[in-house]
Structure formats: structure tokens, C-alpha cells
Design a protein around this ligand. Structure first.
Ligand SMILES: [Zn+2]
Length: 291
């Protein structure tokens, strides 16, 4: 069970123990939008119970902040509960939900002792069917939500949801995994095998343009944060990108890069970031190894 807490005018967030992941609900006169759907059909049934207990109305649309299974595997259950509601995502995320989900299932298949293996494997993967490339508006009657793709970062298809406030309630920005707060990950951003470390800093600059000093920023995992937190995380991610650029330009081989510099995050979290960063740098910014 999760508890939906109101963080802005008719904007509720529930934080679930498994992955410390957030599911958000936005209410308007036209109904509710659910943003992210948790990591399995079983987990999403709990989310649906929690949304019903909130008693704020019926779900009319679903949004996925990106394609990862901990944000999309409940899509099918939301449709079981509320009918064929539209599921919105960035076009990249929609396209990658199925292959990324199949990859994660095969990983759980190799770990049958994981207590969540059975429920992940039993989940039907339902990708988003309403997509956009740079921005879209969801009309909820007396209010509208903006879905914005600020660029690549945690994945190739991250979106943020901007929810304007009122004279008495703050703006809310649902940031997905472009911003990471969870203590489960010591607040280290998710630099996975599908991340874009060289693009991520500029992407967060665009996110910061959508955030005022009063905006409540809800990360994909962990507690809500403020603009200063996002500025600090942007700075650290910028250091990761600039360190990769510097090492590559000095001809340090990718296999030696992690040990050749100081990093703002633990080395073991950055192996994929370094590999991906080297791959994504233009040839002109890389030197041949000196040996
Ligand atoms: Zn996530």
C-alpha cells in the first residue's frame, strides 16, 4: 500500500518501497492522469487500490516518464481498471518499452530467487500509444499539463510533466529519472547502459528553465526536491560529462578512464556512463591512445 500525499494543487505523489519509485496523480475537472505505473502488474494493482482510496475521480490518461519497467509495467493494469485510456510517452520511450521490458524480463529469468521475479515475468508489457517528439499538452478541463522532452539523459526518451500552480499553490514538475533523490541509490543518478551522459547536463539546463525557486520537483525515485537540489545534481552530472570529454581528448583509453580521474560519484556507478560517453563523443574530440 502507498499513500498519496498532495504536493501541489490536486497533485498527489505516492512513494513505493520497491525501487523507492514515485507514482503521481494529477486531478482536473476532466478526471485524473496517472504518471508512471510501477514495476509489475501485481504492484500496479496496489497503485489502483491507492488511487481509488484517494477518491479524487476516475483515471482518464496515463503518462510514462520513460520506458524503464519500473515506470511502465503497470500500464496494462491501469487499462484493466479504467478502460482503454490513452498512454502518453515520448516517441523514443514508446518504441523502446517492449525491447527494454523483454531485456529486463530475461534478467529476472536469470535470477529466479529474486522475490519479485515471478511478478515481473508474469507482466504483460503495454507500451504507450500516444506519442510526441518535443512537447504535448494534456487538457484536463480546468487545467492543462505540459509534457516536455527536454533532451536525452537518463534515457533517449525522458519527459518531464510541468503542472502550473495557483496563486497559493506551487508549480510542480515531475522529473522522472532525469533527477534522482533516492537513498536506495545514495542519490546517484541512473547512469545505465542506455544513458546519454554527454547530453544530460544540457537537458537539465532546459529542465531548470522550467523550474522556479518555489517549484516542487518530484524525482522518479525518492523524496520531492527543490531547484537548488536540481542545480547541484546538474553540476555533478556536468562534471561527469566534462571529465569524460577531457580523458578522451587526452587519449586515455576507455578501459583506463574510470581509474584515471576523480569523479563526483562512486566509480562503480559510472562504468556505463564512461563507456557511453566515449561512444557518443565526436571523433574530433577523441585522440588515439598514447601507447
Ligand atoms: Zn526508474
Amino acid at each position: 500500500m502507498g499513500v498519496f500525499t498532495e504536493v501541489g494543487d490536486r497533485v498527489w505523489v505516492a512513494r513505493y518501497d520497491w525501487f523507492d519509485v514515485n507514482v503521481s496523480v494529477i486531478g482536473g475537472s476532466g478526471g485524473l492522469v496517472v504518471v508512471d505505473t510501477h514495476a509489475s502488474a501485481t504492484a500496479a494493482r496496489v497503485v489502483v487500490d491507492d488511487v481509488r482510496r484517494l477518491g479524487a475521480g476516475e483515471v482518464v490518461a496515463v503518462v510514462n516518464t520513460h520506458e524503464h519497467f519500473d515506470h511502465t509495467f503497470g500500464n496494462g493494469v491501469l487499462r484493466e481498471a479504467y478502460g482503454e485510456v490513452p498512454i502518453h510517452a515520448h516517441e523514443w520511450a514508446a518504441e523502446h518499452t517492449l525491447p527494454a521490458g523483454e531485456r529486463i524480463k530475461s534478467r529476472y529469468d536469470d535470477e529466479p530467487d529474486d522475490p519479485h521475479a515471478a511478478e515481473v515475468l508474469a507482466t504483460e508489457i503495454v507500451p504507450a500509444d500516444h506519442t510526441f517528439s518535443s512537447a504535448a499538452v494534456l487538457d484536463l478541463g480546468d487545467r492543462a499539463l505540459e509534457l516536455i522532452h527536454p533532451g536525452r539523459g537518463h534515457t533517449g526518451g525522458d519527459l518531464v510533466v510541468r503542472i502550473p500552480g495557483t496563486s497559493t499553490d506551487p508549480d510542480v514538475l515531475l522529473a522522472g529519472d532525469l533527477v534522482e533523490e533516492s537513498a536506495l541509490r545514495q542519490g546517484v543518478p541512473g547512469f545505465g547502459a542506455d544513458c546519454y551522459p554527454m547530453d544530460w547536463p544540457a537537458t537539465l539546463d532546459l529542465v531548470l528553465n522550467l523550474v522556479t525557486p518555489d517549484t516542487v520537483v518530484v524525482p522518479g525515485h525518492g523524496a520531492p526536491v527543490d531547484r537548488t537540489f536540481v542545480e547541484n545534481q546538474r553540476a555533478a552530472i556536468g562534471v561527469v560529462a566534462e571529465t569524460i570529454r577531457d580523458l578522451a581528448s587526452r587519449g586515455v583509453p576507455v578501459g583506463q578512464a574510470l581509474d584515471a580521474a576523480d569523479w563526483p560519484y562512486p566509480r562503480e556507478e559510472l562504468a556505463d556512463a564512461v563507456r557511453r560517453g566515449y561512444e557518443h563523443l565526436p571523433r574530433a574530440q577523441k585522440r588515439l591512445p598514447l601507447i
